[in-house]
Design a protein around this ligand. Structure first.
Ligand code: ADP
Length: 510
């Protein structure tokens, strides 16, 4: 039997999975590495830790599954996006990488929007300048560590650095490159206009590939370290969002996904490049060649429910332990007993500010409409409904562009709850499905590897390998009953924004 190796270089760990030629997962293994936060809001990692973790992960996966390296016929990559790996002329790492969640570059984002213009930047790159993106990190290095900046000759994203160590080849896929703010996303090539305006040398940027293209072959020394065979093809892969979407089969128009983890991501496949007028959705190249995607990001989705559980679910936790159940299962059963709309109660989920559709770090959460009849079950239900309304905001931006979404594929911790899946179907008015592949971005990376090695379409492979295992149909009456609640929800952010900002400023003063 031959296998494809999917590697997902995450923020806390690298996950390695083996997928056989029929698409079945034959084994998986993760190795963790540290995250440094040298100052509040900063987040850095050492590329060497990624490399060591990947080598160890592959070796242990082969060991645990009793697989011989020669049976691995292709390798694909997924990875945390946006991180900046600065390399010198000898391809040596100059300083730790600044990660996607690093917040130090607010000033540089403003400078970029000033230098390029918000509209021009949006037109060219499909996005506004956000602190997580790569280009602001380059400007930060130039302004704060000029001695390091002077040595830079290559700029890579995290997974591309590990592929460089495996293959000796510099490269980046267009899906992940979309998060640099330096890519002409519509044309799928580096943007000369943006790099010139920001004074970033174009020759620091690596050759570009589509996700399923072979971007290098395993070096003999990397083969010796990992136990794989020298010459094994390594495809370009993609950023974790694109790989996660491929991993659940979001590879044609009309199909969207919701990744319901700590944050929430609504992701839709686009056959043509599209943006919304204020660039509230991110527009990126997809991992499917010649296709694009848009996504909305909600900062506290499952994170808001987790906050609720941590502080207010002590009784539920005790009950869960006594009954041998998951505490989220107890919470969602309780919420199911409260009526739809939580008897006139709405929850705003902006607990850590918001990204889509309100890019506002000072947005705040709240319960609106409390009365004496409300008890714990109402509040828990309102939290679930509020998070779901927040996700629907992204869907509405997608719908406004004329794309009709007919199926939603859900994944992540929140997707474990049948009650929540039905609520999403009812609030969105769209069928919600779960699929057999639950290995997320690592699975998408393996699909990309298979595509490159077997010379097959990613879409075709997804159709063959990924099956729907559960489907929740929207209930028309419940959908109609949710509509007035959603309309009120949509008006609350604008109405409360001044209060959110004042409260956030007061809290910051201590
Ligand atoms: P991360 O984004 O941190 O990887 P996960 O995808 O594991 O997170 O999702 C974790 C979140 O999923 C939790 O914070 C919680 O909100 C939600 N969750 C986990 N299990 C359940 C469940 N059984 N029912 C409802 N929500 C759940």
């Amino acid at each position: 039997m031959s296998y494809f190796l999917g590697l997902d270089l995450g923020t806390s760990a690298v996950k390695c999975i083996l997928v056989d030629e029929r698409g079945a997962v034959a084994g998986s293994h993760s190795v963790e590495y540290p995250l440094d936060q040298p100052h509040p809001g900063w987040a850095e990692q050492h590329p060497e830790d990624w490399w060591q973790g990947t080598v160890q992960g592959i070796r242990e996966l082969l060991d645990h599954t009793g697989t011989s390296g020669v049976d691995i016929i292709g390798i694909g990559f997924s990875g945390q996006m946006h991180g900046s790996v600065f390399l010198d002329a000898d391809q040596a790492v100059i300083r730790p990488a600044l990660l996607w969640c690093d917040q130090r570059t607010a000033e540089q984002c403003a400078q970029i929007e000033q230098a390029v213009g918000v509209d021009e930047l949006g037109r060219l790159t499909g996005n506004r300048a956000l602190t997580g993106f790569t280009a602001p990190k380059v400007l930060w290095l130039r302004q704060h560590e000029p001695e390091h900046y002077a040595r830079v000759r290559h700029l890579l994203l995290p997974k591309d650095y590990v592929r460089l160590r495996l293959t000796g080849a510099l490269g980046m896929d267009v899906a992940d490159a979309s998060g640099t703010l330096l890519l002409d996303v519509a044309a799928r090539r580096w943007s000369q206009a943006v790099t010139e305006r920001l004074d970033i040398p174009l020759d620091w940027l690596p050759p570009l590939y589509e996700s399923g293209e072979i971007a290098g072959r395993l070096l003999p020394e990397a083969a010796a370290l990992t136990g794989l065979a020298a010459g094994t093809p390594v495809v370009a892969g993609g950023g974790d969002q694109a790989c996660g979407a491929v991993g659940v089969g979001v590879v044609r128009e009309g199909i969207a996904s919701v990744a319901l983890g700590t944050s929430g991501v609504v992701f839709v496949h686009d056959d043509a490049y599209q943006t919304d007028e204020a660039y509230r959705l991110h527009s990126f190249c997809h991992g499917v060649p010649g296709k694009w995607h848009r996504m909305g990001v909600m900062l506290a989705a499952g994170g808001a429910l987790q906050w609720w559980r941590r502080h207010f679910a002590h009784e539920e936790l005790a009950r869960a332990q006594a009954e041998g159940r998951d505490v989220y299962n107890v919470l969602t059963s309780e919420a199911a007993a409260a009526p739809l709309g939580s008897e006139g109660l709405l929850f705003l989920p902006y607990l850590t500010g918001e990204r889509t559709p309100h890019p506002d770090p000072k947005a705040r959460g709240g319960f609106i409409g409390l009365n004496l009849r409300h008890g714990k079950a109402h509040l828990t239900r309102a939290v679930l409904e509020g998070i779901t309304f927040g996700l629907r905001d992204s869907l509405e931006l997608i719908r406004a562009s004329g794309v009709a979404v007919r199926e939603l594929r859900v994944s992540g911790g929140g997707a474990r709850s049948p009650m929540w899946r039905q609520m999403i179907a009812d609030i969105f008015g769209i069928p919600v499905v779960t699929v057999n592949s639950t290995d997320g971005p690592a699975y998408g990376a393996a699909v990309m590897a298979a595509s490159g090695v077997l010379g097959r379409d990613i879409t075709e492979l997804c159709d063959e390998w990924i099956r729907i295992v559960d489907r929740a149909e929207p209930d028309a009456a419940r959908h109609a009953a949710y509509e007035p609640y959603y309309r009120i929800y949509r008006e609350l952010y604008a109405a409360l924004k001044p209060a959110f900002h004042q409260l956030s400023d007061l809290a910051a003063q201590g």
